[in-house]
Design a binder for this molecule. Structure first.
Ligand code: G3P
Ligand code: MG
Length: 244
């Protein structure tokens, strides 16, 4: 399989310019020139994969309480745009299925981060894997499935083996290499704060590509790219324009 990474990946769509994890965010990311976007997937109470970063509603919408106790109908009634700006009023929390269709139509490749709420790790990974197999068998060269939760990557490895996996890590603590290898990962996705030139070389020497998050400072992006990282996940369209 030949997967073509781009140097920049729009984080949660294009989080500096549009409400995160929304279809408008993906449209604006595409308009800004991004070829890849990252987004976060968790389950509604009735087991529908939806896009949301936080376990709790409230920061990025006008809801309250855990996402996991709200059925899709309740999540769809929320306004996920006004918090960001009045021009985004009425934006809805998208389902994973709607997001796949949107990104497909826009020609965007997808970094699907499985971001389960506590206790729903297995079910989230199973349903995301099923949906990838059902809806995207033709997009295996345009999707990377990542997670901070090794169990989610293990389930993706078992249930959706045709899709590439990325090992997300905030610290790159000892053991990352064995874990990423056992999970058959294509890439490692470290927090940029834990990277230096030596670690970039070590990750590449171990056979993994590197997508690092979340880099909004153009100088930092330039350093990371100079060390050889394959992609920088960023909220900022300006970074992409400056370094494209
Ligand atoms: O996938 C990269 C990045 O999104 C991981 O952190 O918390 O922004 O989902 P977070
Ligand atoms: Mg994420």
């Amino acid at each position: 399989m030949s997967l073509r990474l781009s140097r920049f990946v729009g984080h949660r769509g294009i989080a500096a310019e549009a409400p995160e994890n929304t279809l408008t965010g993906f449209r604006l990311a595409a308009e800004a020139g991004f070829l890849w976007v990252e987004f976060d997937v968790m389950l509604s109470a009735d087991d529908v994969p939806v896009l949301h970063h936080d376990e709790e509603l409230g920061r990025t919408d006008n809801g309250s309480g855990p996402v996991a106790v709200h059925p899709l109908s309740a999540l769809k009634a929320l306004d996920a745009g006004s918090w960001f700006g009045p021009g985004f009023a009425g934006e809805r929390i998208p389902t994973f299925e709607e997001t796949i269709a949107c990104c497909r139509a826009l020609g965007l490749s997808m970094n699907v981060e499985i971001k389960p709420t506590t206790g729903r790790e297995v079910r989230t990974a199973e349903l995301v894997s099923d949906m990838l197999n059902d809806l995207c068998p033709d997009l295996t060269d345009r999707i990377i499935v990542s997670s901070f939760v090794p169990d989610c990557l293990r389930i993706a490895q078992e249930k959706a083996p045709d899709f590439l996996r990325g090992y997300l890590s905030d610290t790159m603590a000892e053991g990352w290499h064995g874990a990423a290898k056992d999970l058959g990962c294509f890439s490692v996705h470290p927090n940029h704060a834990c990277l230096d030139a030596g670690l970039v070389t070590a990750i590449h020497d171990a056979g993994f590509r590197i997508l690092t998050y979340t880099v909004n400072d153009p100088e930092r992006a330039e350093s990371l790219i100079g060390w050889g990282v394959d992609a920088v996940i960023t909220d900022e369209p300006l970074a992409a324009a400056a370094l494209a």
